[in-house]
Design a binder for this molecule. Structure first.
Ligand code: NAD
Length: 341
């Protein structure tokens, strides 16, 4: 090859390499720009957050970590103080949160708490700005969601229901699944914030549709957790090692989220409530609440739910026997103490 040809080839290669580098830089710049543009609207404005329990504290902290000004409130002082130390600002009540932020997220136990926080004496509606966006991530009765949504509309605000699936580790790691109901434009605005706290964001239909999907999911979860607890207990009484049993089930047809990610037997998986004396996590009383909501929906639609009804009775007995504040995977602890009659 002639020297001049070789030099031309080298020059061409260099140009291509530089182009590739600048393409890579450009791609990375565009990715940054995309991320910025999906969050910039909200980043300019404070985000309000009410309900800093097992889930909400992680979710609010993830918003702080993403660089947002977050204004928090909870009726308990300890979680508020923890969030303050993580960089959040504190409001004295929900009205105070809504006064300072046009995006408000709530993560509360059940329907009465949501009614109180939104429509109570010092509730969000007291000082809600027209144009605000309300995101309720609590799992509640879809009828209450619609009632709150109508009140928000009267004030010129928009609301979505965005209940979550995934548990406390997914909340901590910003890997939640958000199941959203509401108008398309409200969903698109909410999605930008929800992506900072979760991995999957689904638009399921109009306001209340998120709750409907969530209730179906938790009816399944309540049943599979009890099934998993029952089977693990049987296997251990047959002399099997619980880790081995879980390993086999988790690549076999009996697998479920309850066996794979949230095994109820202590020591099978680290970092989940069953390995922490069933502390934290998703309280049995909240599962009982969700099953009640699902069975109400089944009644309204004349749907047969034999397993759901049985599961609900079992969680009711657990709650009556002192398991109410323990994580719902304590179904294993409950069942392992029972003898077949
Ligand atoms: P939690 O009981 O741990 O937290 C609720 C928080 O709301 C508490 O800190 C409580 O003090 C606060 N609160 C209650 N009433 C209030 C009021 N009037 N004003 C201000 N704060 C108030 O509940 P959680 O486990 O975080 O669950 C929250 C919601 O998410 C529930 O609807 C639950 O069904 C749902 N959920 C929970 C999980 C889970 O794994 N824990 C998973 C998916 C969905």
């Amino acid at each position: 090859m002639k020297y001049s040809t070789f030099a031309t080839l080298l020059a061409t290669l260099r140009t291509v390499t530089l182009a590739c580098d600048s393409y890579r830089n450009m791609a990375s710049f565009l990715a940054k720009l995309r991320r910025f543009s999906t969050t910039s609207v909200a980043r300019n404005q404070p985000i309000g957050f009410v309900g800093l329990g097992n889930m909400g504290a992680h979710m609010a902290r993830n918003l702080v970590k993403a660089g947002h000004r977050v204004i928090v409130h909870d009726k308990e002082s300890a979680p508020v103080e923890e969030l303050r130390q993580s960089g959040a600002e504190v409001a004295t009540n929900p009205a105070h949160v809504a006064e300072q932020s046009k995006h408000v997220i709530t993560m509360l136990p059940s329907s009465p708490h949501v009614r109180e926080v939104y429509a109570g004496e010092n509730g969000i509606f007291k000082s809600l700005h027209s144009g605000s966006l309300l995101i309720d991530s609590s799992t509640i009765d879809p009828a209450v969601t619609k009632e709150m949504g109508a009140m928000a509309t009267e004030k010129g605000a928009r609301m979505v229901d965005a209940p979550v699936s995934g548990g406390i580790t997914a909340a901590r790691d910003a890997l939640l699944t958000f199941i959203v109901g509401g108008s398309k434009d409200a969903f698109e605005d909410a999605e930008k914030l929800l992506k900072l706290m979760g991995k999957n964001v689904f638009h399921c239909g109009s306001l209340g549709a998120g709750q409907a999907v969530k209730l179906c999911n938790n009816l399944m979860l309540g049943i599979t957790m009890f099934g998993t607890a029952e089977v693990m207990n049987l296997g251990m009484r047959l002399g099997l090692d619980p880790k081995l049993l879980a390993d086999v089930i988790n690549v076999s047809s009996g697998q479920s989220w309850s066996s794979l990610k949230y095994n109820p037997v202590p020591g099978v998986l680290d970092g989940i409530p069953s390995s922490n004396n069933y502390q934290g996590g998703f309280a049995s009383k909240l599962m009982l609440k969700d099953l009640g909501l699902a069975l109400n929906a089944a009644k309204d639609t004349s749907s047969a739910t034999p397993l759901g009804s049985l599961a609900m009775q079992l969680y009711q007995i657990m709650c009556d026997q002192g398991f109410d504040s323990k994580d719902f995977s304590s179904a294993y602890q409950f069942i392992s103490k029972k003898e077949r009659v």
